[in-house]
Structures are given as structure tokens and as C-alpha cells.
Design a protein around this ligand. Structure first.
Ligand code: ATP
Length: 214
């Protein structure tokens, strides 16, 4: 892949990371021809309760999950910042590292996009990166409200939009639906059931060794 190809950033709690995240990350990397995609565990989430598993453990599991796939990486930057993990601040750091010309793509789920107007400095996100929204079959864009207005102004279906400019477009990508969630995995483990084949074996081994979700 060209060294000036877009870089993707996929934020999440990853409590724990699973094949739904990983498969989406890989499909997006190939479809959008990203140079690589960073899974960025959130240290201190703003929109949900603090996870019961430390950010260090969640990042360690992401590290294990992407090992052996050079196009996927773990970006632990939010672990090194004090206070709430604001995505805009991470994107600004990445922009400073990659320079003004490099295309950066923030990846988020459809559910997150619907609540985007609750994010810290949300109107500024597109001044730093593109946004790629992962949609499932049957998705429908909102038709009213601030997020709907924002989408109609910025959405682009042109394939090349993400490479022609470093930031500023919204793209919706429909991906293979894998009905896996971290909540379900935690519930299975806490109930004494196996979570095998829902997440990498290396991550399951880490969970066992560190007595997580029991
Ligand atoms: P939880 O069940 O704890 O809410 P989760 O499985 O939804 O967790 P998160 O870490 O909250 O995982 O999600 C990070 C991002 O991954 C979100 O944008 C979410 O929409 C997306 N995501 C979660 N599960 C899947 C999946 N099965 N396929 C594709 N994307 C997913």
C-alpha cells in the first residue's frame, strides 16, 4: 500500500475486543485501501459507565488480537492522557503526527454516529479527519435533526473522496454483520459459559490468565 494512503482510526471500549470489531476493521482496511487501521481503546469513556476492566488490560487484549496482521494496530494514546478520552483530542494528536496532507479516517458504528452531536467539539471532527460510519444491512440515515443536517452537508458517496482530501467527508460503508458484542461475551464468561470462537484464542487466554470477567 502507498505510504500516503489513508490511515484509519477505530475507537471503542474493546471490553473485550472480538471478531465483530476485527472483521470490520479488516474489511474496511481493504475496501478503503487504508495504509493501516488503528484500534484505539478508550481509557475513560465519556458516554458510558467506566468499564469494569482496566484500560491497560483492554489495550493489551487489542495488542494480542492484531498481532500477526500488519494492517491492524493498537493505538494506546488515550491511556497516556489524563481526564476523559475525547476523540477530537486524539485526532488532533494524530493530525500533528501525520502532517496536514495525510488522509485520516475516523471509523465509528452507526449507533455512535446517531449520537454524534453529544460528542465533545463534534462539529470540529471533520476539520481534522473524515468519518467512516459502519452500517448494517437495512440501515436508514436519520431524516431530521442536527445530525441529519450535518450528514446531508458532508456525506460523499464518491470512492475517491477519502484520498483526494485529508479530512472533511462522511462515508457510510455497509459491512458483513457479525452478531457479536462485548456485552454478550462478558455475560457468557460471568455465567461460566465458553466464549470460544467469538474472539481470538490469544485474547481468551489473556482473560483467563488475568481472571477478567469472572
Ligand atoms: P459493548 O457490548 O460493551 O457495548 P461492543 O461490542 O459494542 O461493546 P465497543 O467497544 O463498544 O464494542 O465498540 C467499538 C465500536 O465497534 C463501536 O463503534 C461499535 O459500533 C462497533 N462494533 C461493536 N460490535 C461490532 C460488530 N459485531 N461488528 C461491527 N462493529 C461493531
Amino acid at each position: 500500500m502507498a505510504s500516503d494512503a489513508p490511515v484509519g482510526v477505530f475507537g471503542g471500549t474493546f471490553n473485550p475486543v472480538h471478531y465483530g470489531h476485527l472483521r470490520s476493521a479488516l474489511e474496511l482496511t481493504e475496501r478503503l485501501q487504508l495504509e493501516h487501521l488503528r484500534l484505539m481503546p478508550c481509557a475513560s469513556p465519556v458516554h458510558r459507565q467506566a468499564p469494569d476492566c482496566s484500560a491497560i488490560d483492554r489495550a493489551a487484549m487489542v495488542e494480542l488480537a492484531v498481532r500477526g496482521e500488519a494492517r491492524l494496530r493498537c493505538d494506546p494514546r488515550e491511556l497516556h492522557r489524563e481526564g476523559p478520552s475525547y476523540t477530537i483530542e486524539s485526532l488532533e494528536e494524530l493530525r500533528a503526527e501525520f502532517g496536514p496532507e495525510r488522509s485520516l479516517c475516523l471509523v465509528m458504528g452507526f449507533d455512535a454516529m446517531l449520537q454524534l452531536d453529544t460528542w465533545h467539539r463534534w462539529q470540529e471532527l471533520l476539520e481534522v479527519a473524515h468519518i467512516v460510519v459502519i452500517a448494517r444491512p437495512g440501515w436508514k440515515l436519520p431524516t431530521s435533526g442536527v445530525v441529519a443536517d450535518w450528514l446531508s452537508r458532508h456525506r460523499s458517496s464518491a470512492e475517491e473522496a477519502l484520498r483526494l482530501r485529508p479530512f472533511g467527508s462522511v462515508r457510510v460503508e455497509e459491512l458483513r454483520p457479525l452478531a457479536i458484542s462485548s456485552t454478550e461475551i462478558r455475560t457468557l464468561l460471568r455465567s461460566g459459559y465458553s466464549a470460544r470462537y467469538l474472539l481470538p484464542e490469544s485474547v481468551l487466554n489473556y482473560i483467563k490468565e488475568h481472571h477478567l470477567y469472572c
